[in-house]
Design a protein around this ligand. Structure first.
Ligand SMILES: Nc1ncnc2c1ncn2[C@@H]1O[C@H](COP(=O)(O)OP(=O)(O)O)[C@@H](O)[C@H]1O
Ligand SMILES: [Mg+2]
Length: 254
């Protein structure tokens, strides 16, 4: 079974992690979700309320450090796969994998290659994969991610943010990623804010899937360093994300 993969991209601070966490919270109720934090400034675990002990970046460094000490005949990919499972944090309906970043100027090619393969295999166990990307979409470009069913480009309702959304669309096209659908999501945006932005949105040239309003509950939890799972079910941001998922035909039982 190939999981349905949603990747969230956008400039730093636009609300990628918030959106990814709200999507995960919704989808984990209907099917197992693999949540991947692909931002080196990883905080998806924190926002989800899932403690992360080890990142893939740390695993990669440990393995490279000990490579020469490994007894001969031990297949390196087996060690990596074992390590990968140690990096996977299990929670109800969701497993979280945090990419993190490696230290030092080393060649990661071999390790990256093996990890990528292991993640591809791992993906098969889930109904959904949700990727919180770094702003520059480096991980997408390094093909940590293959087939993306839906790329959500998050932006805020101002010219600077919308222009950077347009650049992300360009990057995705240049990389010839296998992205099957690309949509714009405007965060901190009320319906009334949309008026007057139509021209700019048309220029971005990514179909607008929906808006998420400013939600004081989200801001308060974030300021207190508390996870979004404490956000009430009827909160504006949650309801907006439910609507967005429904428009994608996702989040329903069955
Ligand atoms: N709709 C919203 N309403 C209120 N606060 C928000 C909303 N979206 C994001 N935030 C806050 O804005 C900050 C940046 O959001 P975040 O999701 O971390 O952005 P990114 O992952 O793109 O860097 C966080 O403190 C978050 O709680
Ligand atoms: Mg983030």
């Amino acid at each position: 079974m190939r999981p349905f993969t949603i990747a969230v991209a956008g400039k730093g601070g636009t609300g990628k992690t918030t959106l990814a966490a709200l999507i995960v919270d919704r989808l984990r109720r209907v099917g197992p979700v693999l949540a991947v934090d692909a931002d080196p400034n990883c905080n998806l675990g924190e926002v989800l309320g899932i403690p992360v002990e080890r990142t893939l970046g740390q695993l990669r460094d440990e393995i490279l450090e000990n490579l020469s000490d490994l007894p001969p005949g031990v297949p390196k990919d087996q060690i990596l796969e074992l390590g990968l499972h140690e990096c996977l944090v299990e929670d109800e309906g969701v497993d979280l994998l945090t990419m993190g970043h490696g230290e030092g100027p080393r060649c990661y090619c071999m390790v990256n290659h093996v990890l990528r393969r292991a993640i591809e295999t791992l993906r098969g166990n889930y109904r959904y994969v949700v990727l919180d990307n770094e702003a520059g979409m480096e991980h997408l470009s390094r093909r940590t991610t293959q087939d993306v069913d839906v790329l959500l480009v998050v932006a805020e309702p101002n010219p600077v943010s919308l222009r950077s959304a347009a650049r992300i669309r360009g990057v995705a096209e240049e990389l010839k990623l296998r992205v099957y659908g690309q949509y714009l999501v405007l965060n901190r945006t009320g319906e009334e804010t949309l008026q007057g932005l139509e021209g700019l949105i048309r220029e971005v040239d990514i179909p607008l899937l929906g808006t998420v309003p400013y939600d004081p509950g989200v801001a308060e939890l974030s300021a207190a360093g508390r996870p979004l799972r404490e956000l009430p079910p009827d909160s504006p941001a949650r309801r907006a994300v439910e609507g967005i998922l429904e428009r994608l035909g996702l989040g329903k039982e069955g």
